[in-house]
Design a binder for this molecule. Structure first.
Ligand code: 2HG
Ligand code: ZN
Length: 462
């Protein structure tokens, strides 16, 4: 064993260090198998003190560190490069729920707690942790915070950032910063925790968090409707918001193509008449009358022609079945073909026109590609994924992102930059925004040891 590995071993012990390539396999590559890496080793510390000691050691020896949570990301942000010199630091063993307060409505968890475990803990005291995404059975709290994850409830509750009240982080030199306050209001000085949320482990390691909980709605209604086109889906969004207000927690657009993929690969059936587009809507409330309000809105939408057909789930099982049609799209896409993902944000009223122009651009420059489009319409976030078969993925990114730029959109609404979008980000953010980002990076991680090459290119930070 080299001196470096022996030093790490002395900190985390046998259970905390993997060096055998077979054991490191799952940590070396993302789940889509697009970004293979070769770790120096995988450290699995079990406490903040151990994370701190590992980071101090790496800082001293100039070792780069790649933090990893559930490894469910889409942008290759949590895997090492192929040099064999980067240490993967997995937070999986830091999985204690440290506290749950139904009165103050907070939950304190270590980074390795699985999101679903945290959701279930909240439900057990009749509270809601509203961060919800397809990968919630594997994604961890630390990863969700470090990537500022979105998901299906952003419309009502905001992104992961809006749930974070306090953080504990370990800086690149091993220093621990304890900001685990349970406070809803705290304007005392810089709100420094924000710079560790959504920066994908490039500035430090989130080891624990205090999250805000919400009241848990007692009634929940889920409906699937078909709509003639994206403009009709938007008309339905406006109608539903007028009628149901902020009870709407999800408003998901799903193309007929996406539903077809799910039917083909998972054998699921769709209870709503075939449409070009579908909307899955969910609303929740504690006061009575929600069902009547949803039914009225639905009738109105049918009358106006923005909805063609639809069904309202009559039971929890039916609601879960409807959600399956949405949540299985990613896996179906992976089974169907190699794809190039775009996770774009577009100003909401421009979405129908964006879809027209992106389609035209692809027809012109990459004819024959198939579009798998679905996403969080209520947030202006589309997953505009292209099944490529033979086309150059970089060309496709450029074609789609150029259209995104024309509409004043963003090339990553919720999946982040990782290593996948570093070059595209550099092309599309202004000089002054890039200057400011580099300033922050250099101030906190002057040696570029934290997840190098993610979000910002290595060159820019050295
Ligand atoms: C979702 O909304 C996820 O289901 C995954 O963000 C999106 O597969 C994708 O592109
Ligand atoms: Zn999404």
């Amino acid at each position: 064993m080299s001196d470096v590995l022996a030093g790490l071993h002395a900190i985390v012990g046998n259970k905390g260090l993997l060096t055998d390539p077979a054991e490191m396999g799952a940590y070396a590559i993302d789940w889509r198998k697009l970004f293979p890496g070769k770790p120096l080793a995988v450290a699995r510390p079990s406490s903040t003190a151990e994370v701190s000691a590992v980071m101090g050691f790496c800082h001293h020896h100039g070792l780069a560190v790649v933090p990893q949570g559930g490894n469910t990301g889409m942008a290759g942000g949590a895997v090492p490069d192929t040099s064999g010199r980067e240490l993967v630091l997995s937070l999986a063993r830091m999985n204690r729920l440290r506290g749950l307060d139904p009165v103050g409505m907070t939950l304190e968890a270590e980074s390795g707690v699985v999101l679903q475990t945290a959701q279930e803990a909240a439900v057990a005291v009749n509270r809601l942790l509203p961060i919800s995404l397809a990968a919630e059975g594997s994604a961890t709290i630390g990863g969700v915070i470090s990537t500022n994850a979105g998901g299906v409830n952003v419309l009502r509750y905001g992104m992961a950032r809006s749930m974070v009240l306090g953080l504990e982080v370990v800086l690149p030199d091993g220093r621990v910063v304890d900001g685990l306050r349970q406070l809803r209001k705290d304007n005392a000085g810089y709100d420094w925790k924000q710079i560790f949320i959504g920066t994908e482990g490039t500035l430090g390691i989130v080891t624990a968090a205090v999250l805000r909980l919400m009241p848990r709605p007692t009634q929940r209604l889920t409906a699937l409707v078909s709509v003639p086109d994206p403009q009709a889906a938007l008309d339905f969004l406006v109608l539903a918001q007028d009628a149901l207000g902020d009870t709407i927690s999800a408003f998901e657009l799903i193309s007929g193509f996406s539903i077809g993929l799910v039917q083909r690969h998972f054998g699921l059936s769709c209870p709503v008449g075939a449409g070009e587009w579908y909307v899955l809507i969910e609303a929740g409330a504690t006061l009575s009358g929600l069902r009547e309000a949803v039914e009225t809105a639905f009738e109105q939408a049918l009358g106006q022609g923005c909805v063609i057909d639809g069904t309202i789930a009559e039971s929890g099982q039916q609601a879960a079945d409807l959600w399956m049609l949405r949540e299985r799209v990613t896996e179906s896409e992976a089974k169907e073909s190699k794809s190039v993902k775009h996770d774009v944000s577009i100003p909401i009223p421009s979405i129908p026109q964006f879809l027209i122009e992106a389609g035209q651009a692809l027809d012109r420059h990459a004819p024959g590609t198939r579009v798998n489009c679905f996403g969080h319409l209520g947030d202006g976030n589309l997953h505009y994924n292209i099944l490529i078969d033979g086309h150059d993925p970089h060309d496709i990114n450029r074609i789609v992102h150029d259209v995104v730029d024309r509409f004043g959109g963003s090339i990553s609404a919720e999946h982040g930059i990782g290593q996948y979008r570093v070059d595209e980000l550099a092309l599309r953010r202004s000089e002054s925004e890039q200057f400011l980002s580099r300033l922050i990076k250099t101030a906190i991680d002057p040696l570029d040891l934290m997840n190098p090459g993610k979000v910002l290119s290595r060159r820019e930070t050295r």
